[in-house]
Design a protein around this ligand. Structure first.
Ligand SMILES: [Zn+2]
Length: 391
């Protein structure tokens, strides 16, 4: 393969429609072949039906813990958005590159891949690890398979750079999230005889009211963290469906809710409070009237928050290679950094080209300037990995 520059690589990556939950295998094949051309071997970790894959590769010594460059390959849908050009055909002007995923986060992946020939030809003393995931946009779903596989690796990366769009500022914190679908099952009857049934919609409403009240409750008892735009853990119900007709006591009601926690708040115990009310208060009451009543929770997604210390090695290291030597505000959006950090002990910083303001929007773009900064960071990183035996 002829060597491709960052712009050409970005064009290629954007051209693969990798909307979350659709296959990312064509993009992964392209990356794999590209890496092969520089004699870089990669491992794939698939989802259950083998329609999507994570890719992991190490460049440099395989018996030393190195620096992980990580990003997701999936993008959000373009449906319903008014684009001025084909979102899967990169458009460039003097200022920027446009296309779905330009900043979130194929721009970062393109910069990393553009550095591969150099990474492969230098004798790296500290290895670089590439970790590309799928289905991040639907709640960091795909990377969990990669993390499971990595937990069995003899040598794991020591620190991680997660290239989500931060305008190349170093972001050290974000909230965690747990999202659930809840199904409430009661018992149906004619609405003229409501005492013979168990109204699933009304019990669901009680649970929703409890979830809503948790917002005020946590603000009372938690220390507010003003480094976040919303400085407390939040509870939110996003949709509801239940019942069939006004004159029937509804048997079934379904809704979805999420909790976004400050990293210092224990997500499991917040979830437990909701489940406790559902099971021990509401369900107990429902079952007194109908033994077959049920309230069940199915997890939609779940990832921890990130809280990297300013004094940590990964911050000093990133500062030494990043031309944009600034800290960004804690992110309102989640990333895979919290999972890498908590589950594998890979201390991580979120830092990548482009702005979250452009992510998920029509005419998404990453500026040429931001791509240059990221390329400079990768180049410095390669130099540092060549010289340095320590991280
Ligand atoms: Zn992203």
């Amino acid at each position: 393969m002829t060597q491709l520059n960052g712009e050409q690589l970005l064009g290629k990556l954007i051209a693969y429609d990798t909307t979350s939950t659709t296959s990312n295998l064509e993009l992964i094949d392209f990356v794999r072949n590209y890496l092969d051309d520089f004699s870089v071997h990669s491992k794939l970790v698939y989802n259950d039906d083998k329609s999507c894959a994570n890719l992991f590769a190490t460049i440099g010594p395989d018996d030393v813990a190195g620096v992980m460059l990580s990003g997701h390959t999936d993008v959000v849908p373009t449906s319903g958005q008014n684009w001025h050009s084909d979102p899967y055909q990169m458009k460039a002007d003097d200022e920027a590159f446009y296309g779905r995923g330009a900043c979130d986060m194929k721009g970062f992946l393109a910069c990393v891949l553009a550095g591969v020939p150099q990474m492969a030809s230098h004798k790296l003393a500290t290895p670089l690890h590439l970790a590309f995931s799928y289905d991040e946009e639907i709640g960091c779903v795909g990377v969990k398979k990669l993390i499971d596989a990595m937990s069995g690796f003899e040598v794991k990366p020591k620190i991680g750079l997660i290239g989500e769009p931060t305008d190349m500022a170093m972001v050290l914190g974000h909230k965690g999230k747990a999202a659930f679908q809840v199904e409430v099952i009661g018992s149906s009857c004619h609405s003229a005889y409501i005492n013979r049934g168990v109204n699933a919609v009304e019990y669901a409403a009680e649970l929703i009211a409890f979830i809503h009240k948790m917002n005020a409750e946590v603000q009372q008892r938690q220390q507010l963290d003003n480094t976040y735009t919303v400085p407390y853990s939040t509870f939110h119900v996003g949709n509801i469906k239940g019942g069939t007709a006004l004159n029937i006591v509804p048997k079934q009601c379904q809704f979805e809710f999420e909790i976004r926690n400050l990293p210092q708040d224990d997500l499991d115990s917040l979830v437990h409070e909701v489940k406790h009310f559902a099971q021990d208060v509401l369900l107990a009451d429902m079952r007194q009237r109908f033994e077959g009543s049920q309230i069940s929770f199915s997890s939609i997604s779940n990832y921890p928050g990130l809280s990297t210390s300013r004094n940590s090695e990964v911050v000093a290291y990133t500062q030494s290679i990043n031309p944009v030597n600034e800290f960004g505000d804690n992110a309102s959006f989640g990333t895979e950094a919290g999972l890498f950090d908590q589950q594998l002990g890979i201390n991580s910083v979120v830092c990548g080209p482009g702005s979250i303001d452009q992510a998920h929007k029509p005419d998404e773009f990453v500026s040429r300037k931001q791509m240059q900064f990221c390329n400079q960071m990768i180049e410095k990183l390669i130099n540092r990995c060549t010289e340095d035996f320590s991280i």
